[in-house]
Design a protein around this ligand. Structure first.
Ligand code: 0A1
Ligand code: ZN
Length: 849
């Protein structure tokens, strides 16, 4: 059935619901095709709200009966919900509806995955379970009764009764419906316990399908570390007797913070050394922390409306990044976050999908779970903390928790606690929430009579979302270095508020070398005309770990850009600088590995487009290959020593130390593979006893056009492990040469294991094609066509995942006219598909502009 004609919802139209929900009782009689949901909801009219129209959301529900105070009623029902005449005094609403979990392929509401029942209610999935005011500012206490022939029956809160085929759960904390969850099935627990700071015991469980129980131990340790960290750093204690996590194979996102019952994509929780890479372990630790931290930032204090999504997401991402920095290496985490921001958020902010951290309108809220809301939202909090200082940040957070516990809040509430604690006027800072676009900051310098002056100009390019951007408050961290590399001025936060502003450093003996935007103190594009020699100096000497990495990154970017647009040779400063980094055993291996990685090809395309040239994907790919080859040759004498130094004799541990060594070893192996035709990679593959070493070796072989035998062996070894087979699908496409990528992806969509309705498998295949930059942008347009074919096929089955994957086309205006025409044709073909979902319709129309 086609969704109703798209309507746009505006922040400015917010109006409260006309009723309070005093309590909610739900009874589920589970059946794959015909689950009955009985609801008993106590409503109380709110005399302070003028509009007391009784509208309950509801989609894809068959209403069996509805009653008010025991009397059967006949509501007016539409595709979106129902209205009904109700008393102006408190009343009890009851409804019985029937739903079809097995037919729910969209994975929103109650659905089935691998034989188990599970739910996903954020943002607006609860309305597919029963009629309800499905909006985050309506909070209530839920009691849930579950009947069904399953050994494990779970919901939010604490268990009240548990027996054969029957369970009752009660959640004492008022919550919006999007935090509701139910899980039922034949599951096994990995149990543990935690004692909170005030001495309360909490039962912890990770629930999995039989066969996965050996992959829970790491997630459980991550959960306990997260619980302790939130007590120690934010003073936040857990508030129920149990905390359950469930792993499901079919899930649109990473995980979900339902109160007391987190539901995870199995890829975001299950790990063992044999099946998961170091990167998987680190991601799992971060996602477990993220979902757990939501218990306070999201659940106890939630969002008034979905425009405020960044209130919970920006803050929770910020908190999980602090946690990872504390558990692992802070500079490595910061660099990784910036790489990710540039790869995912900058293209969004600089293209047709640009929107403010707090959007002002949407058609489908699921399309706004974006890198801008999450990652730029976290950057905004990082800037706020930098501007007010650590102590004021802590004080403001304490006030936020004390004042707003149990409430559904706005960005205004959030900023008010900072304004109150610091006495600052944050009205200009608030533009970070209301303006789209990445500011570009240009720097000029002067040197006169011992005074060194930096003049910054900021300009945010206009966009459809923000046609007339105003200057932002930018915290710019700057340090100054002397000619011998010593720091002549320690890091200072310059607070820029004007469009153009100068900052003078007086009393210097000689002209310094500036280290600007240390720690990436603001999410901007810094434009500084400088020469390779200064970059090389900073690469060798910068005392700020982030900027030292950034200097190497800039050298790489600049040489790649000139190689891709001319017949320039690889820059000698870059090659020498990298050699020095490789040789420097004083540097953390993980940091050295990050130094050696080149900017992604898509990032280079963006940089070329910004500098006024049209990116040629083949030339970018060629430049990147040539530079890697040159580096391999330049470093060939040190590579054997690096490889030997990165060998680990102890048992596998997924901690930062070991992972860093494996990362550096992997970077070195990639270079060595260019010199020895894959001999050492093949040896590593054969000897590998963990997935990191095995997959790194396979990746090196495939990128050298070898490894067919290993690829087949890998499949045979892992064909029963769904998460590992996702890697097998993805790796061959990501590592394919540009002229092979589309064919490989097409072949794999015909593989017996290509279960396209499973979001992980779909992403591993079609998502990987869009990540192979030169392959996806193959000149004949076949990459675009394959992706569009599959998006059209997936849309009626799973609109949410389809819509998210449309963003592969968001950068289309960067490319040449022929490619633009090819992409436009595919976008128009998708748009013209009959009955296209609201989700995908909105995305395509925004991308087309
Ligand atoms: N709130 C979750 C992410 C999430 C968002 C939407 C979902 O379905 C539309 C599912 C999960 C988080 O931030 O982890
Ligand atoms: Zn979140």
């Amino acid at each position: 059935m086609r969704d109703a004609a798209p309507t746009t919802i505006y922040l400015k139209d917010y109006a409260p619901f006309g009723f309070h929900v005093e309590s909610v009782h739900l009874t589920f009689e589970l059946d794959p095709r015909a689950t009955r949901v009985h609801s008993r909801i106590a409503f109380r009219p709110d005399p302070d709200v003028a509009d007391r129209r009784f509208f309950l959301h509801g989609e894809n529900l068959s209403l069996i009966v509805a009653r008010i105070d025991g009397e059967t009623v006949a509501p007016d029902i539409t595709d979106a919900g129902l209205t009904c005449a109700v008393p102006d005094t408190p009343f009890v609403w009851e409804a019985e509806v029937q739903i079809d979990p097995a037919g729910n392929t969209a994975l929103e509401g109650l659905y089935m995955s691998g034989g188990m029942y599970c739910t996903q209610c954020e943002a607006e999935g609860f309305r597919k379970i029963t009629y309800y005011p499905d909006r985050p500012d309506v909070m209530s206490v839920f009691t849930v009764e579950i009947k069904g022939p399953h050994p494990v029956l779970l919901s939010n809160g604490n268990p009240q009764q548990q027996g054969e085929g029957h369970a009752i759960w009660h959640d004492p904390w008022p919550k919006p419906a999007y935090l509701f969850a139910l899980v039922a099935g034949d599951l096994l627990a990995h149990p543990d316990s935690f004692t909170t700071c005030s001495g309360k015991p909490v039962d912890l469980n990770i629930w999995v399908r039989p066969g996965d129980e050996g992959k829970c131990a790491f997630g459980m340790e991550a959960l306990k570390k997260s619980m302790r960290w939130d007590e120690e750093v934010y003073g936040r204690e857990y508030d129920l007797d149990v905390f359950n996590i469930v792993a499901v194979d079919d899930f649109n996102m990473g995980a979900m913070e339902n109160k007391g019952l987190n539901v995870f994509n199995s890829s975001a929780v299950l790990a063992s050394p044999e099946t998961a890479t170091d990167a998987n372990f680190e991601r799992i630790e971060a996602i477990i922390a993220h979902e757990y931290f939501h218990n306070w930032t999201g659940n106890r204090i939630t969002c008034r409306d979905w425009f405020q999504l960044c209130l919970k997401e920006g803050l929770t991402v910020y908190r999980d990044s602090q946690f990872t920095s504390d558990m692992r290496s802070a500079p490595v985490k910061r660099i990784s976050d910036v790489i990710d921001l540039r790869a995912r958020q900058f293209p969004e902010d600089q293209g047709p999908l640009a929107h403010p951290v707090r959007p002002e309108s949407f058609q489908e809220i699921n399309n706004f779970y974006t890198a801008t809301v999450y990652e730029k939202g976290a950057e905004v909090i990082g800037m706020l903390k930098r501007l007010v200082g650590d102590a004021a940040y802590a004080e403001a957070l304490d006030l936020y928790f004390a004042r707003h516990d149990g409430q559904a809040c706005t960005i205004e509430d959030w900023l008010a606690v900072f304004a109150e604690v610091t006495g600052r006027d944050l009205s200009q800072f608030k533009r970070w929430y209301s303006q789209a676009g990445t500011p570009r900051v240009h720097v000029a310098e002067t040197w006169e009579n011992g005074t060194y002056t930096l003049t910054f100009s900021q300009k945010t390019p206009p966009s459809a979302a923000t046609p007339d951007p105003q200057p932002l408050v930018l915290p710019i961290d700057v340090g100054l270095l002397g000619a011998n590399g010593d720091e002549v001025r320690a890091t200072e936060t310059l607070e820029m508020t004007e469009a153009t502003q100068s900052f003078a450093f007086e009393g210097l003996a000689a002209k310094p070398v500036p280290s600007i935007l240390r720690g990436f103190s603001a999410p901007v594009v810094l434009e500084r005309e400088t020469d390779a020699a200064e970059r090389a100096f900073l690469l060798a000497h910068d005392t700020d770990a982030f900027n030292r990495w950034e200097a190497g990154r800039a050298l790489a970017r600049e040489t790649l850009m000139s190689m891709a647009t001319s017949d320039a040779a690889p820059d000698a400063d870059y090659l020498d600088g990298m050699l020095a980094v490789l040789r420097d055993d004083g540097l953390d291996p993980a940091y050295r590995a990050l130094m050696l990685a080149q900017p992604g090809q898509s990032e280079l395309a963006a940089a070329l487009a910004q500098s006024g040239s049209t990116p040629d994907p083949d030339a970018i790919w060629q430049a990147s290959e040539t530079l890697k080859q040159a580096l391999a040759q330049h470093a060939q004498d040190v590579l054997p020593r690096i490889l030997a130094g990165c060998r680990i004799e102890e048992p596998f541990r997924p901690d930062a130390d070991q992972a860093g060594k494996r990362a550096l070893g992997g970077a070195a192996l990639a270079l060595v593979t260019r010199l020895d035709s894959g001999a050492q990679a093949a040896a590593q593959y054969d000897a590998a006893d963990n997935m990191t070493l095995q997959l790194t070796a396979l990746s090196c072989l495939l990128s050298a056009g070898k490894g067919a035998e290993q690829l087949a062996g890998f499949y045979d070894q892992w064909k029963l492990d769904r998460l590992v087979i996702d890697k097998w699908f993805g790796l061959q496409i990501v590592q394919a040469a540009p002229d092979q990528a589309v064919g490989t992806a097409r072949d794999l969509t015909g593989h017996a294991d290509f279960n396209w309705q499973n979001p992980n498998r779909f992403r591993a295949t079609l998502g990987s094609l869009s990540m192979n930059h030169a392959g996806f942008h193959t000149a004949d347009g076949s990459g675009y066509a394959v992706l569009a074919d599959w998006l059209i096929k997936l849309d009626p089955v799973n609109p949410q995942t389809t819509a998210r994957m449309c963003s592969a086309f968001q950068t289309w205006k960067r490319y040449d006219a022929v490619r633009q025409d090819l992409i436009r044709a595919q976008l128009e073909r998708i748009a013209a598909t009959p009955d296209l979902s609201r989700d995908t319709t909105e995305m395509i129309s925004r991308i087309l502009g």
